[in-house]
Design a protein around this ligand. Structure first.
Ligand SMILES: C[S@@+](CC[C@H](N)C(=O)[O-])C[C@H]1O[C@@H](n2cnc3c(N)ncnc32)[C@H](O)[C@@H]1O
Length: 232
């Protein structure tokens, strides 16, 4: 399975950035080295994988190269142009065109919990309330020991510390590469206390974090303009 990005992917990505720079937030898809770093800890035994903001599918291809079955992938992408391309390219994956901030309350992810979430979302310029809605919603869909992988072009974890704390999470840098445009770091975000969970149906929610997620999600909903408030 190749992880190489085609010329047409570069063209599509650049066009999308020109038409909506705040949402796409990068002029080119991520490089192969970053894709390997983002997926290095995920293996087929982890269970289904949720990818947020896949774009042209660089990380999706890296997941397949690691042996994750295509049918075990759910891809959440806001951009219609990318969603159309993803459906054609990964016909066995579940492609959902939506704002990832709606993860926690859309009712679409109540099946088998995910083993991992991999995110290419441009969290850095989103308001903390929206970041909390995305990350909190993602953890509601994940197994107790599941992890959320996020890259950033910045010098520290792109999920602000107060958001991590209010959701009962912690972030750890697990790698970085200068062989990407621009250079990027990768963070693993995981629960502080995975064993102290209340299990409500198929949703796994930290007892302390529940109120924090709800408060941030409500605030994000108030500020929601119907499109992602994204940039790099
Ligand atoms: C920086 S690009 C990353 C694309 C790809 N993962 C990569 O690394 O090449 C950000 C992606 O997130 C998508 N996106 C931005 N905001 C989103 C949101 N709120 N919900 C879902 N997707 C979003 C964009 O359309 C774009 O595909």
């Amino acid at each position: 399975m190749t992880t190489k990005t085609s010329c047409s992917d570069f063209v599509q990505f650049f066009r999308s950035w020109v038409s909506d720079p705040m949402r796409v937030a990068a002029v080119a898809p991520s490089g192969e080295r970053l894709a390997r770093l983002m997926t290095q800890e995920i293996d087929p035994f982890d269970g289904p994988v949720l990818e947020l903001g896949p774009g042209t599918g660089v990380f999706t291809r890296a997941l397949l190269a690691r042996g994750i079955p295509e049918s075990a992938l759910t891809l959440v992408e806001f951009g219609e142009e990318f969603a159309v391309r993803l459906r054609a390219r990964f016909p066995q994956a579940r492609v959902v065109q939506m704002d990832a901030a709606q993860l926690g309350d859309c009712g679409l992810f109540d099946g088998a919990p995910f083993g991992a979430v991999i995110s290419g979302l441009p969290l850095l310029s989103m308001p903390p309330s929206k970041v909390a809605a995305i990350v909190g919603g993602a953890f509601e869909t994940m197994k107790p020991d599941g992890a959320f992988y996020q890259f950033t072009y910045g010098p520290r974890c792109p999920v602000p510390r107060p958001v991590l704390e209010s959701l009962g999470l912690r972030g750890k840098r697990i790698g970085g590469t200068v062989r990407n445009i621009p250079p990027a770091g990768v963070y693993r975000i995981s629960r502080q206390n995975p064993l102290e969970l209340s299990i409500d149906g198929s949703k796994y929610r930290s007892t302390d974090a529940g109120a924090g997620i709800a408060a941030y999600a409500a605030e994000a909903g108030k500020a929601d303009t119907g499109r992602p408030e994204a940039s790099a």
